[in-house]
Design a protein around this ligand. Structure first.
Ligand code: PMV
Length: 318
């Protein structure tokens, strides 16, 4: 039997601006993960068992655009296996679906690595990342590639989409992993509202089309925040991130991608003792994050729950 695991992720700074070539910072969230087990099967075919989504089926009975089927079919294509092996594939995940924590990319990364390892196909991190980006594009249109990147490397990443080479988004030289000078704690609060990233990205695109110079200057301000945040994290001055989160949140409000629920959780977190807070990811729903000292994290998390957060995760970035 071969196993593989991939973490969730959260964007700390730079969402939306990253689509316009500015840097963004994202980190793995190891409290939630996708786990895949692949073993030889006594039955003919490839049997997928994914109890979290109530799926128990043979690969060929699934539509070819099914997210799991498309990973397996595409992997078998790139690995050029001559005979289809008989396999049992078990997929479990604690990453909430469609909430900006990277559940889709985590399934792709863990499944690809487990299949590769079981079938003795050697695959580098860069190849896993490029493959996962292709799969992300099948399901999400025009993602920047930040999800697959942070999940593949399972390290904090400073990610810049390369404006001049869209085909290289999510792979190659524009991705830098970086060191965390001193660990710090963030609390992730889920509004429970599912909001497709595609729509908020489209909303920003419309604003930008109507007044490019105004929004380019907002993206530049966000870029400055991401850049400063990276330096602060590397040098261990994580307390500085609180103000940077607040500033980034205001700019995301200006971009119209926040929501009353996100704004409420952000101010609840700050009133409960967080050093700063912001929405995270596509926005208009999904998650927010707050920075707190380790001894305040529980209080911030409890206040978020009282204020209506469906779920909270306290995670240490290290
Ligand atoms: O909602 P998430 O966590 O998948 O993040 C979306 C981030 C955006 O910058 C809004 C879009 C992207 O593709 O980078």
């Amino acid at each position: 039997m071969t196993t593989s695991s991939a973490p969730g992720k959260i964007i700390l700074f730079g969402e939306h601006a990253v689509v316009y070539g500015r840097p963004a910072l994202a980190v793995p969230v190891t409290q939630v993960h996708t786990d895949v087990e692949v073993s030889d099967s006594a039955r003919t075919g490839m049997w997928i068992d994914a109890p979290d989504v109530n799926l128990h089926a043979e690969l060929n009975t699934l539509p070819s655009d099914h997210p799991l089927a498309s990973v397996i079919h595409n992997f078998l294509f790139i690995s050029r296996v001559s005979a289809f092996p008989n396999l049992d594939i078990k997929i479990t995940s604690t990453i909430p679906v469609a909430s900006g924590l990277g559940s889709g990319a985590a399934v792709t990364v863990a499944l690809t690595r487990a299949l590769a390892s079981h079938l003795n196909y050697s695959i580098t991190n860069e190849e896993v990342n490029a493959f996962a980006y292709e799969i992300e594009k099948l399901h999400h249109g025009t993602p920047s590639g930040i999800d697959n990147t942070v999940i593949t490397y399972a390290k904090p990443v400073y990610f810049v989409k390369h404006p001049s080479s869209p085909e290289r988004r999510g792979v190659g030289s524009e991705v830098e992993t970086f060191k965390v000078g001193k660990p710090f704690t963030i609390i992730i609060g889920d509004t429970g509202i599912s909001a497709p990233t595609k729509e908020s990205v489209g909303g920003v695109r419309r604003l930008w089309m109507n007044d490019k110079s105004r929004w380019e200057s907002v993206f530049d301000k966000i870029a400055e925040i991401s850049f400063t945040a990276r330096r602060a994290i590397e040098q261990g001055y994580w307390e500085m991130l609180g103000d940077l989160m607040n500033e980034n949140h205001e700019l995301l409000q200006e971009l119209t991608v926040s929501s009353p629920e996100l704004d409420n959780l952000v101010s609840v977190a700050c009133n409960a003792g967080a050093l700063g807070a912001k929405m995270s990811g596509g926005g208009r729903g999904g998650n927010m994050i707050a920075l707190a000292t380790p001894d305040m994290a529980e209080a911030v998390s409890n206040s978020l729950k009282k204020a209506g957060a469906r779920n909270t995760i306290i995670t240490q970035v290290s």
